[in-house]
Ligand binder design. Structure first.
Ligand SMILES: O=C1O[C@H](COP(=O)(O)O)[C@@H](O)[C@H](O)[C@H]1O
Length: 230
């Protein structure tokens, strides 16, 4: 179920992952006339975003991009995942894609704001053509954090999105739920560095999901391809 691919360096990984995701986008457009992808934030995806956004073989006007999760901050904040997507991915050819953000205003993701985010996702093409997850060194993925106040619901609710707060998360968060993220043609896990490789080994061993929520994805019984480089 887990296909693990290793690459010599970050540039090669970025190009190979962009090739794989572009293939999924083009297949979804051929089959369904449109494609949606959900991508991660944080520091790891910048090179991959740049490689994907340059692709001229994608009909970007038929592509919807969203995030797997978001810190509850506006786009002027340097921790905004949406800002990263706008700066690195939605440039050049990819500027014609439609972006559906998860942050919907204010300082807290209260019920009304989460409902507004969910309403904005109503016309998201379904299923995703590709979901690209990242992973933190604490074993979180998307915003499924150890100690998350709504972790159990985030891993089981039909979604699409839920607010979550956790000691290691910094700001309050919004995340797609796991069941919704698994509704995808292809699932990727993008990690870089020896430390993340070690975290993945630990996550693959026995142990509670609550301690390393990425285990919920690894144990979901869905094919997933890991892209890793040192
Ligand atoms: O906070 C987040 O962290 C993870 C991992 O980020 P990285 O900086 O270690 O690459 C990321 O996958 C997630 O989308 C983001 O919100």
């Amino acid at each position: 179920m887990l296909d693990r691919r290793s690459f010599a360096d970050k540039t090669t990984l970025a190009k190979e992952l962009a090739d794989a995701v572009a293939g999924r986008i083009n297949a979804a457009i051929a089959e369904r006339g449109e494609a949606a992808i959900a991508v991660s934030g944080g520091s790891t995806p910048a090179r991959f975003f740049a490689a994907l956004g340059k692709r001229k073989d994608i009909d970007w006007g038929k592509v919807v991009v969203t995030l797997v999760d978001e810190r509850w901050v506006d786009e002027l904040n340097e921790r905004s995942n949406a800002a990263l997507v706008n700066e690195k991915l939605l440039q050049g050819p990819a500027a014609s894609a439609r972006f559906l953000p998860l942050y919907s205003g204010g300082a807290e993701p209260d019920a009304a704001r989460i409902a507004r985010t969910a309403a904005g996702l109503q016309h998201l093409p379904h299923p995703f053509a590709a979901v690209v997850l990242g992973m933190g060194s604490d074993g979180h993925t998307a915003s499924f954090f150890p100690g998350g106040d709504t972790l159990a619901q985030a891993l089981s609710a039909s979604g699409p999105v839920i607010a979550i707060r956790a000691p290691g998360a910094g700001e309050p968060r919004v995340t797609f739920t796991l069941p919704r993220l698994l509704e995808t043609d292809a699932l990727f896990l993008h990690i870089e560095g020896e430390d993340k490789a070690q975290v993945l080994e630990t996550a693959l061993a026995d142990g509670p999901v609550e301690e390393m929520p990425v285990r919920a994805v690894l144990r979901a019984g869905r094919p997933m391809t890991v892209y890793w480089c040192p």
